[in-house]
Design a protein around this ligand. Structure first.
Ligand code: AQP
Length: 331
């Protein structure tokens, strides 16, 4: 299996409950790719601590996130699913790659600029070197493809640059990964402020996968739009409505033209609840299945333990090759 299929790596931080943004930008595509590729899907807890977390909350969310991955349709028999901190090779390769990454490169990362502005009182070295650890996550498994939302494109590009640099110094070592960004849903915006990305840490503008139907409906009915009446896609002038249309199309599988035709001549009072209902129906089976899985902690533990074992086996192959090339004495 290892050598026949191309490989995928992706992960999400347990820094908050999973959102409709992370579902549409990432997980939905993970599910679509699981038959064609050999996939590793990770819960990146080491990335999450780049900003301060409540320990008990993070432990709870880590397990819930695994249940939600499975509930979204990821099959643990087909995919390697694991928790990042259970595979210490990520940290080991991360350190090494940090020595092949320029300070200037990291300074240009927009996520660092955004997050350091948000967490002014705690701008850690970990937040700054986050993209190096992400490069290690991807390169450890020689991943060909990294399915992410548009906001992560810059980090995958940096990962390629680090890999190229290493390969040119020491001969071919790493596969150069490509980002895989969905055509629709790559950047789901906040319902409260459609100029901003929907983020876990912004409860007002955010739909969480585990939200109850009544909460989802309330958030959509309150979604910020504009003073016009037309349900038309126009990202510049109608960011709120354009975001809702994108969510509607991604949830229902309809094209933008179909959605615009469906709501032509109808006001926002009809459109907004219709988007809410489409999302409620999309999320209902996910929420129910996640709740069912969470009642079986032993099963979830089995999945992440087995996942970590398998991941460690693959990670070790790359790590020992890298260590040998850079001049470390074999263990
Ligand atoms: N709004 C979004 N639209 C499309 N894709 C998104 N992703 C996240 N938000 C959206 C994609 O989902 C994956 C998860 O990313 P992450 O949780 O590891 O990191 P993040 O982008 O920092 O997530 P948040 O929600 O913004 O977290 P906080 O609030 O903690 O900063 C990635 O593939 C991302 O592209």
């Amino acid at each position: 299996m290892e050598n026949q299929k191309k490989r995928i790596f992706s992960g999400i931080q347990p820094s908050g409950d999973l959102t409709l943004g992370s579902y549409m930008g990432a997980i939905k595509n993970w599910v679509a790719l699981q038959d064609e590729y050999e996939c590793l899907y990770c819960i990146v807890d080491m990335h999450a601590i780049t900003v301060r977390q409540n320990p008990a909350e993070m432990r709870r969310r880590t397990i819930e996130q695994l249940a939600q991955y499975i509930a979204c349709g990821l099959d643990p028999q087909k995919n390697i699913m694991f928790i990042q901190s259970h595979v210490p090779q990520h940290a080991e390769l991360g350190w090494i790659l940090g020595c092949y990454t320029q300070f200037g490169e990291l300074s240009r990362m927009t996520q660092f600029k955004d997050k350091s502005a948000k967490h002014k009182d705690n701008i850690t070295a970990g937040l700054f070197t986050y993209p190096v650890l992400m490069a290690a996550d991807i390169l450890l498994y020689q991943a060909d493809l990294v399915p992410v939302g548009a906001d992560q494109k810059q980090h995958v590009e940096l990962c390629r640059d680090i890999a190229k640099r290493f390969n040119s110094v020491y001969s071919e070592t790493f596969v150069l990964p490509d980002p895989f960004i969905p055509k629709m849903g790559a950047r789901v915006m906040s319902l409260a402020n459609p100029e901003n990305k929907m983020s876990k840490s912004d409860p007002d503008g955010c739909i969480y996968l585990m939200d109850k139907p009544e909460d989802v409906m309330r958030k959509f009915k309150r979604a910020v739009t504009d003073s016009e009446m037309a349900v038309k896609f126009d990202k510049e002038n109608k960011p709120g409505i354009s975001n809702l249309l994108t969510i509607y199309c991604t949830a229902t599988g309809k094209t933008m033209e179909e959605a615009e035709a469906q709501f032509a001549g109808q006001g926002y009072g009809v459109f907004k609840p219709a988007v809410g209902e489409a999302v409620v129906e999309l999320m209902r089976p996910i929420r129910e299945e996640a709740q069912r899985l969470l009642a079986d902690k032993a099963y979830l533990e089995g999945v992440y333990r087995e996942g970590a074992q398998h991941a460690q086996y693959l990670a070790n192959k790359t790590l020992s090759k890298v260590q040998r090339k850079i001049g470390f004495v074999g263990r």
